[in-house]
Design a protein around this ligand. Structure first.
Ligand SMILES: [Zn+2]
Length: 487
């Protein structure tokens, strides 16, 4: 099979579906160029690593767009032509990270991230600090790491770079130590929150250093107030030759050195990880499945380190191939819904609209329910299917996860709503199925042997409230499970 034949099918297949059309528009041209580039070779050879690589990295254009287009096409070929199940598709021969590193836009603000799941406690392991041979330096570095990871302070500087007066560094007054937490000043000008509370181990590291700094004998005026200052004798530090020659060190240099040293010791040496703030954002987005973004922006604003980490997270999670239904386009969504009826002529369209109006009088949805159904195009979040009422008119129901009535007091808002087909709606209402309160994408069934149990939602385009999901799980699902003797 020649690549051109696959491409023809790809065009035909994609133009049937509205949601794919826009991404196809930007991909079509690039795939055509690729077909010319490899002289309409056989598909096997066309999807071989060397050819893909030669085209994507030809230096005439940024590799990003070409990568996305070919990645999408590659996936299409395996899924739709070879009928390979999503999980069994062989990995695209080029890793998305390669494209990122060579991109000009990114190299300017290149950030290296710890692998997902990295344990940040590694940074505080005492064994890495022995060679410093200096207790105060150790405490200062740990406090600095802590401030970067929990309050977004610039690594090693203990003051954010966007502070208006850059010569001012963090003073003792900018940190307030309480029993269970410490409070540090938030310097981010894009934030309205003046203080950041830090708990747990991070607070302990900051407290330890704070104590040392508070009792440190001051050598010259102005030093006494500074939270971080040259509290150690740099000449006493017994670290490797290349670093020794660079003294005296600023706190920034020392902290950077330690970050390099530790990442190298952990075998993560290429390239060196330096921006702990961006890492902190990236990893908290992963841990929270993206929902931490709102809090992060509230605390720091949408500064370049936040933006960079967010983009990295999106690339990691989606690999840039999923098409999204824009949550901002409710009205446009209505139009695209009407587009589905294009195959009817004008008269038929009118007929459909009248029929729709008649049915809507019986269905009587609230505005929010209508909007949410549009977002999902009336597709059930569990099975992905629509119920066709009559030709051209599809139907779905909206389920309140925590029931919206006097007894259960659920809210009538999107985070408490699911779009479902009538069958799955009934299963939810009865509590036969529920969403996992720890992972809102996972479906639980009272009967663990049921094929729905532990499967993922087919569609998930809006955030759900943890409170509502947990309420339904505990008060309805577990309750019926008990009564039916499944627990
Ligand atoms: Zn369904």
């Amino acid at each position: 099979m020649k690549i051109q034949e696959v491409f023809d099918k790809y065009i035909e297949n994609n133009s049937k579906s509205d949601t794919n059309r826009s991404s196809l528009g930007s991909h079509r041209g690039k795939i055509k160029k690729y077909i010319t580039f490899i002289k309409n070779a056989d598909i096997d050879s066309a999807l071989a690593e060397k050819n893909l690589r030669d085209f994507i990295f030809d230096k005439k254009q940024q590799p990003h767009g070409k990568y996305d287009a070919l990645f999408n096409f590659y996936k299409y070929y395996y899924e739709k032509i070879l009928n390979v199940n999503g999980r069994e598709i062989p990995n695209f021969p080029i890793d998305v990270k390669e494209v990122k590193v060579t991109s000009k836009r990114d190299s300017k603000r290149e950030v290296v991230y710890f692998p997902v799941g990295f344990n940040f406690n590694n940074l505080f392991d005492d064994k890495h600090y022995h060679h410093l041979n200096n207790e105060n330096a150790k405490l200062a570095i740990k406090a600095s790491f802590s401030l970067a990871l929990s309050a977004g302070y610039d690594t090693g500087e203990m003051f954010p770079t966007n502070r208006s007066n850059k010569s001012v560094i963090m003073t003792l007054d900018d940190c307030i130590v309480e029993d269970n937490y410490v409070k540090v000043r938030n310097y981010y000008t894009q934030s309205t929150v003046p203080w950041i509370l830090i708990g747990g181990k991070n607070a302990e590291y900051i407290k330890d250093y704070y104590e040392v700094r508070r009792h440190f004998s001051v050598k010259h005026a102005g030093q006494e107030k500074n939270f971080i200052a040259h509290i150690w004798e740099t000449s006493e530090l017994n670290i490797d030759e290349s670093v020794v020659s660079g003294r005296p060190y600023t706190p920034y240099q020392l902290v950077s050195y330690m970050l390099k040293y530790i990442t190298r010791k952990l075998g993560l040496d290429s390239p060196v990880i330096t921006d702990l703030r961006a890492n902190m954002v990236f990893h908290s987005l992963h841990n929270s499945k993206g929902s931490a973004l709102r809090d992060i922006i509230e605390l720091y604003g949408y500064l370049p380190f936040v933006q960079n980490a967010f983009e990295e997270y999106c690339i990691e999670v989606n690999r840039g191939i999923d098409t999204y239904f824009s949550p901002l386009s409710f009205d446009i969504a209505r139009e695209s819904l009407e587009d589905n009826t294009l195959r009817f002529d004008e008269d038929e369209k009118k007929k459909v609209r009248t029929r729709e109006d008649i049915l809507n009088k019986w269905i009587r949805d609230s505005i929010k329910v209508k909007k949410l159904k549009k977002v999902y195009n009336n597709c059930c979040q569990i099975c992905g299917r629509q119920l066709t009422l009559i030709e051209g008119i599809v139907y779905s129901e909206v389920h309140h996860i925590q029931p919206f009535n006097k007894e259960h007091k659920g809210i009538d808002d999107y985070p408490n709503m699911l779009v479902l087909c009538p069958n799955h709606h009934k299963l939810f209402d009865l509590g036969i199925i529920a969403l996992d309160p720890e992972d809102h994408n996972i479906i639980l069934h009272v009967d663990k042997n049921n094929r729905l149990n532990k499967t993922n939602l087919k569609l998930s385009k809006h955030e759900l409230s943890s409170i509502c999901v947990r309420y339904h799980f505990e008060n309805i699902f577990l309750e019926i499970s008990k009564q039916l003797h499944f627990l």
